[in-house]
Design a protein around this ligand. Structure first.
Ligand code: AN7
Length: 381
């Protein structure tokens, strides 16, 4: 129950667009309502007239956008009487699943790749009490196993193949339209399983039909079943742009990738679960897919942290890395309004952040002279 103006999460906020009833027990941690931050220093240095925003999804309760989908997936699992959830994960899904399961009082099993999972994410799954199963294989192998297990055991899959996940995640698009008063021209996201880019498109399609000019448009995903709309009509929708890490870029290759590799472990995924949907999103929105090298990804992460004060994890920086390149070349033209989703918080992966920071530490004696020297030597001129 909501008291006064106390924000209690995205299901309550967008209740009329989500599949819950007044009797549904909501499993929520206050997710959503993340800031849309307009970048200042980076566009200025770029010398391009663009209105560039980041949607900082790292400020969700468990530090990633996964909370948006997990609040609904776990709410619906509990409503259906399920006592256990399971997911395969590169880290963030497992962190969110573990937290919402703890909140709900149900069991959580997470299947994670051997190594290659950021430290913060592992800590989250463990402290929330999930059963952590580390397989000698990558995410794609884990996903295949989880699908098989769920056929044979009383567990509910909460990966994004669970349709409630995308329904929850679509609310990020609602928030952006609420904040800007319209959809942006371009929406850039990092792509792994491609669930999030699909969910955003669902959200833009639904919401744009609420208040708009007379352009008939129906999203092909709901087949007219959206809680709101069809028949009402569409204001503009963004071009959806998906960026992948070069070593894990099946959408660029046009085929699955069997041994994906990237420093951005969150999107180290070679067999995307929302393959067909994502191609549709690209076509319907007039967007595109592209890839970024690990060097570009890390450079964007560092630039954002150093020039704007926003710390996201490497996978998240893929959206900005790609967008900056496309703004530079003019593929995203001047005068555009652009939103980049920062999917996860930088604190998820402290190792990578420390590794790529030059001169991180000045070790000196605990004496005034030594500290003063370190300051003077590093004072900007
Ligand atoms: C920070 O946690 O797939 O394209 O198992 O953690 O919707 O898959 C994570 C994905 C982007 C890609 N950024 O989103 C998992 C998992 C971050 C992520 C993605 C993920 P999708």
């Amino acid at each position: 129950m909501n008291i006064g103006n106390h924000y209690i999460g995205l299901i309550e906020k967008y209740r009329d667009r989500l599949p819950v009833s007044k009797d549904t027990r909501l499993i929520s941690l206050g997710e959503g309502a993340t800031p849309l931050i307009r970048l200042q220093n980076i566009p200025r240095a770029l010398g391009k007239q663009v209105e560039l925003y980041v949607k900082f999804e790292g400020l969700n309760p468990t530090g990633s956008f996964k909370d948006r989908g997990m609040t609904l997936a776990v709410t619906k699992a509990v409503e259906a009487g399920s006592g256990a959830i399971i997911c395969a994960s590169t880290g963030n899904t497992s962190a969110a699943a573990a937290a919402y399961a703890a909140r709900a009082g149900i069991a959580c099993f997470v299947v994670i790749p051997d190594g290659k999972i950021a430290l913060g994410k592992l800590a989250q799954a463990m402290i929330h009490g999930a059963v952590v199963i580390q397989i000698q294989g990558n995410f794609d192998a884990g996903m295949a196993l989880v699908k098989q297990v769920a056929n044979e055991a009383p567990v509910t899959i909460v990966n994004s193949i669970n349709p409630f996940r995308l329904q929850g995640q679509k609310t990020a698009a609602f928030e952006i339209i609420d904040a800007l008063g319209a959809a942006p021209d371009f929406h850039c996201l990092p792509v792994g399983n491609a669930g999030n880019i699909t969910a955003h498109w669902i959200g833009y399609c639904e919401y744009s039909s609420v208040s708009g000019k007379n352009v008939t448009a129906a999203c092909t995903f709901c087949h007219g079943q959206c809680a709101f709309v069809h028949g009402a009509v569409a204001i503009s929708r963004p071009k959806m742009v998906g960026y992948q890490a070069a070593g894990s870029a099946p959408f660029l290759r046009g085929a699955m990738v069997d041994n994906p590799e990237t420093v951005a472990t969150a999107i180290r995924i070679g067999h995307p679960q929302s393959w067909d949907q994502a191609w549709k999103v690209k076509e319907e929105s007039g967007g595109w897919f592209d890839e970024c090298t690990d060097e570009e990804i890390l450079a964007a992460q560092k630039l954002l942290a150093g020039k704007e004060g926003v710390f996201c994890e490497p996978a998240s920086a893929t959206s900005l890395a790609g967008a900056l390149r496309d703004i530079k070349t003019g593929k995203i033209p001047e005068g555009s309004r652009v939103v980049c989703t920062l999917t996860g918080h930088g604190l998820k992966d402290p190792d990578t952040a420390i590794k790529q920071s030059k001169d991180p530490l000045h070790k000196v004696k605990a004496e005034l002279a030594a500290v003063k020297k370190a300051i003077l030597e590093n004072m900007p001129r």
